[in-house]
Design a protein. Structure first.
Lengths: 328, 345
């Protein structure tokens, strides 16, 4: 096509805005920094941080720190919770050896549940945002509605739904899906209850609102005219999603994954009620160590390991999330 | 549709877009009412009208964002009434540009060609070419928010033009710019259109813009087509008082030959102390307001029986020391007045 001869020139740009600095810095740092020092205004607004910080210090950080000496202690006897500090680093080695596989399993379940949640949340959020119209607040309310019942109650309700003679298995039987699902590893001995599937389904139910809400909020920042522009520029529905909705909603997705992955990895209720002995997660192990085996130091060590792993995941995710924050 | 040949031979080959009896209603209200319009190849065509006249709806019907309840929309001879936007051989420059905030200038411009799955080398060539044309090659790696309004406007233009559309649709493209920039961009638009030879369809409520840019323009009012023609045609020979007043200030004079109305443009009205010559017509009028506009002066007057008049003339041609309250003759050549349909609105 030679519709565009190079001779068609226009006047030089009228107002060059930003300086040339973006050439020197790499891609991401081009944005004007919004966290430079702010020397304007009085200092006292910092005091507004005080109540929250105090709360976190007293009720979160101090108890957490008190776990450190506990994790290095030894029980006084096998029959009580009293401990004595011995600087016993071996606690960590022992719990990592004994519970490493369960830690892995916990993160695998949490990741699978989050992945399934993302697959469910995207169409839901997209519909609420772009097709919800005036029903949008109501639809968002409906997404949150399940969270208004106790998660304990929800898990127990699932046991009857997933029971051997329950409605879900009966439906699968009448559809002749038992054998194929068994082959895929979704069912175990024709059962849903006491399987990994049940645990993951339960986790997914819990975390879905935490994925949908940040996604809807992120999508609310997408001007619908951008979708029209993409349509006008010959992009079909799939390309409009992958090239416009997906990249512009990723900060919401990052937030949603954080909000769902962390509680899911530490969940205790779903594995207890929906999983079998082979589907217990790390929080169940901590629970068991402390309350059944009366091994408070090892329980503390395992807790700190879990905390550390989650913190690393959070920090990584936060860094990515911040980088992907949309433009100012 | 873009897979089809870019030009269609045979009858109607020069009609890039034609609307046939298109209607678009919202509830009871007809936004576009039985509109028929043919836009030719390489034309700079404008849809002009006040807000709510249906011009934007018409553009959205052509772009494919709206579907008409009745009527057909043809492009290059193909009936595309039901085609989705991404299958139409037209591209739109959105009013607020609608640039993708997460993509660089280059990627914004390359969006269409990539959707069309053109060969990567061809994409590079085209994008480079249009960026050169709008003088943004240097800024190709910037994000939209790092650009000024005028630069964003150019990206929007480049992003549409790069697809080599059969027609470029422009929705009030200059409205968001400040007046100086608007004038610059106006002449750039015209030049680019001449260079690329693509049909431009401009929607605007700015009559100066429409008059100065268009080869032809259509005046819409209440969803209906009032008149189509060249800017000069419409300015000098409007069919109705609506068109006459929309295209510029107008004196609407009662027709001495009947109950009708005649249009007399303010620049055809001469003010003088002397009465009209033979063959001229004239009325006595009192000056109510004088507005000095640089090269010209706008004079508002009141004639007998409360007829308001307006005259625009160069300062030099006006009687000296003209002041408010003064009474003088307004004279004109009857041949300069033009009969309108209907009565005074």
């Amino acid at each position: 096509m030679s519709v565009l001869p190079a001779s068609a020139r226009v006047e030089p740009p009228v107002t060059p805005t930003s300086p040339q600095r973006d050439r020197r810095h790499g891609g991401r740092s081009q944005r004007p920094s919004s966290h430079g020092p702010r020397s304007h205004g009085p200092r006292w607004p910092w005091l507004l941080l005080a109540p929250g910080l105090l709360w976190l210090l007293v009720l979160y950080l101090l108890p957490l720190l008190s776990l450190v000496p506990l994790s290095l202690s030894e029980p006084v006897s096998r029959f009580g919770l009293e401990t004595v500090f011995r600087g016993r680093l071996a606690n960590y080695q022992e719990v990592l050896q004994a519970y490493g596989p369960i830690l892995l399993r916990s993160f695998a379940y949490a990741a699978l549940a989050t992945g399934l949640g993302v697959v469910l949340a995207y169409p839901l959020a997209w519909t609420i945002r772009f097709r919800g119209g005036r029903w949008q607040p109501l639809l968002m309310g409906l997404v949150v509605l399940p969270s208004l019942t106790s998660f304990l109650v929800r898990a127990i309700a699932w046991t009857s739904l997933l029971a051997d003679q329950g409605p879900l298995l009966q439906l699968l039987r009448s559809l002749g899906l038992i054998a194929p699902l068994e082959a895929l590893g979704v069912l175990h001995d024709g059962r849903l209850l006491n399987t990994a599937t049940a645990v993951i389904l339960g986790l997914t139910t819990n975390l879905l609102p935490f994925l949908v809400l940040p996604l809807v909020v992120a999508m609310q920042r997408i001007d619908p005219v951008l979708l029209e522009a993409a349509d006008d520029l010959h992009a079909g529905a799939l390309r409009r999603f992958t090239q416009v909705v997906w990249p512009l909603s990723r900060p919401g997705l990052a937030a949603g994954i954080l909000l769902s992955l962390i509680p899911a990895a530490g969940d205790v209720v779903n594995p207890r009620f929906l999983g079998g002995p082979n589907n217990q997660m790390i929080a169940n192990s901590i629970d068991n160590l402390l309350l059944v085996q009366l091994q408070a130091p090892r329980a503390a060590a395992l807790t700190l390991v879990l905390m550390a792993l989650i913190s690393v995941a959070v920090l990584l995710q936060l860094r990515r999330g911040l980088e992907e924050l949309p433009l100012p | 549709m873009l897979k089809k040949p870019a030009t269609v031979h045979g009858p109607g080959a020069t009609a890039v877009i034609s609307l046939r009896n298109v209607c678009r209603r919202y509830g009871e209200r007809a936004a576009v009412d039985d509109l028929s319009l043919t836009i030719g190849a390489g034309e700079f065509f404008s849809l002009l009208g006040p807000s709510g006249c249906g011009k934007t709806t018409t553009l959205r019907l052509i772009a494919g964002f709206e579907r008409p309840q009745s009527g057909r929309i043809l492009m290059q001879g193909h009936d595309l009434t039901e085609a989705p936007p991404h299958r139409r051989p037209v591209n739109l420059v959105f009013q607020n540009y609608a640039l993708f905030p997460h993509l660089s200038v280059w990627d914004n411009v390359a969006f269409g060609p990539r959707s069309l799955r053109l060969d990567p080398a061809e994409i590079r060539r085209r994008v480079g070419e249009v960026l050169e044309m709008v003088q943004l090659s240097e800024l190709a790696r910037r994000r939209p928010h790092q650009l000024s309004g005028g630069q964003q406007q150019r990206v929007a233009l480049a992003r549409a033009l790069v697809n080599a559309p059969a027609a470029l649709l422009l929705d009030e493209p200059l409205a968001a710019l400040d007046p100086d920039l608007r004038r610059t961009m106006r002449s750039e638009l015209k030049r680019i259109q001449r260079e690329v030879g693509i049909t431009f369809l401009l929607v605007t409520h700015d009559r100066e813009e429409a008059l100065s840019l268009s080869d032809r323009l259509a005046v819409l009012q209440g969803g209906r087509l009032e008149q189509v023609g060249s800017p000069r045609d419409l300015y000098e020979r409007p069919r109705s008082a609506v068109v006459a007043s929309f295209l510029g200030s107008a004196n609407l004079l009662p027709d001495p030959a009947g109950g009708g109305v005649r249009l007399l443009r303010p620049e055809r009205l001469r003010l003088s102390a002397e009465p009209p010559d033979a063959g001229e017509r004239g009325v006595r009028a009192r000056v109510r307001e004088l507005a000095f506009q640089g090269s010209t002066v706008e004079v508002r007057l009141h004639a007998a029986n409360d007829l308001p008049l307006v005259a625009i003339d160069t300062s030099a041609a006006l009687p000296e020391n003209l002041s408010v309250g003064e009474e003088l003759w307004c004279r004109w050549n009857p041949a300069d007045s033009h009969p309108l349909e209907g009565a005074i609105a």
